[in-house]
Ligand binder design. Structure first.
Ligand code: ACO
Length: 336
């Protein structure tokens, strides 16, 4: 399977600050049960999700991203003009073009940054981290802002109970700089893809393969379509393999890990990864009950919550692991 790991001979990078933002509006499982044939009991027992956030009509993905970015920059003590790279991971961009990262650049006034988006679905934030790592560790860039941001409510079919109960809106961000001395920093990164499974999780319409017409809009081809069981099966295998890889590269054993921050899609998937890693439940960071699956934003929001609540502390060894449409998967081991 195609995959890219890190080059251990390059400079180390560190996460200098994190931030996140979720919209105010809460949509509960009971709210959803009024729209489609579902129940709080079904959603909680199959996924662990209890509620999710929904952005207002006035909020685009770049607005969520900008709010998260400001908090990460404040924590890192980095001004907008110091940034030389902004990467936004998203599958719900403001527009096909320009890139959502360019809207964020405008909002922040980050006039010295080069900006682009990454499309790797739920793995996007960790793809962005790997990319930023390449630029910073080779000294091509010095201060990077990576963001996972989604307004998935704009691409969900609200009449499809198979998918509408799963997703939510939000954004998370991190400022990445070179690690100056000490041993903290990103120890290893890994990413993989499998293009043979493009159709098990896809928005089939709206792109060049199937431009939007009144007829295919009526068929909801511009909304998320998912073969849940298949995705589940691949997710467990790929995420377990990704954890094994970054832990081996960073020379970490299960007992060294203080916290695993997995993609927040489904509690049962998280449990299956926990069993494989052989870590206790309290070492798996979970917040999906509040936000559902926010795709590229999920790990970024979870990382920020873990950071700000003290669930992860300086000196901890943590593993981040994700899986998404593409298929794509990715992981990172970090000495916090
Ligand atoms: N409420 C009630 N019943 C439902 C609902 C619902 N919201 N959704 C589906 N059902 C029904 C189905 O219609 C089916 O009924 P049937 O047996 O009469 O046909 C039954 O429940 C079982 O459906 P399954 O799909 O087999 O349910 P499963 O136990 O697999 O759970 C789920 C579905 C939660 C989607 C699970 O498969 C899953 O989490 N998959 C992985 C999703 C994921 O990880 N995505 C990550 C990537 S997302 C990204 O990249 C954007």
């Amino acid at each position: 399977m195609p995959e890219i790991t890190n080059n251990p001979n390059l400079d180390s990078i560190r996460i200098a600050g994190t931030g996140s933002y979720v919209p105010e509006k809460i949509l509960t499982n009971d709210d959803l049960a009024k729209r489609v044939d579902t129940s709080d009991e079904w959603i909680v027992s199959r996924t662990g999700i209890r509620e999710r956030r929904i952005a207002s009509d006035a909020e685009a993905t770049s607005d969520l991203a900008t709010n998260a970015a400001r908090k990460a920059m404040e924590q890192a003590g980095v001004d907008a003009e110091e940034l030389d790279l902004i990467i936004v991971a998203t599958i719900s961009p403001d527009t096909f073009f320009p890139a959502t990262a360019c809207y964020v650049q405008r909002n922040l006034g980050a006039k010295n940054a080069v900006c682009f988006d990454v499309s790797a679905a739920c793995s996007g934030f960790l793809y962005a981290m790997s990319i930023a790592r390449q630029f910073i560790s080779t000294r091509s860039a010095h201060k990077a802002l990576i963001i996972g941001a989604e307004k998935l409510s704009s691409m969900v079919n609200w009449e499809d109970r198979n998918t509408c109960v799963l997703f939510g809106d939000g954004a998370g961000a991190a400022v990445i700089t070179r690690a100056e001395g000490g041993d903290s920093g990103v120890m290893s990164t890994y990413m993989g893809s499998d293009g043979n499974q493009t159709d098990i999780l896809v928005v089939p319409g709206g792109g060049s393969a199937c431009p939007i017409t009144p007829s295919n809009a009526e068929q909801r081809l511009n909304t998320i379509s998912m073969q849940g069981r298949e995705v589940y099966r691949y997710a467990v295998t790929a995420m377990r393999g990704a954890c094994d890889r970054v832990m081996a590269d960073a020379k970490l054993k299960s007992e060294d890990i203080s916290m695993v921050i997995p993609h927040q899609a489904n509690l049962r998937i998280i449990d299956a990864i926990r069993e494989r890693l052989d870590v206790p439940q309290e070492k798996m960071f979970v917040n999906l009950e509040k936000y559902g699956n926010t795709s590229a934003a999920a790990i970024a929001i979870a990382l920020d919550e873990a950071n700000r609540t003290g669930a992860i502390k300086r000196g901890d060894k943590i593993v981040l692991v994700a899986f998404g449409a593409g298929l794509t998967w990715a992981a990172a081991a970090i000495h916090w």
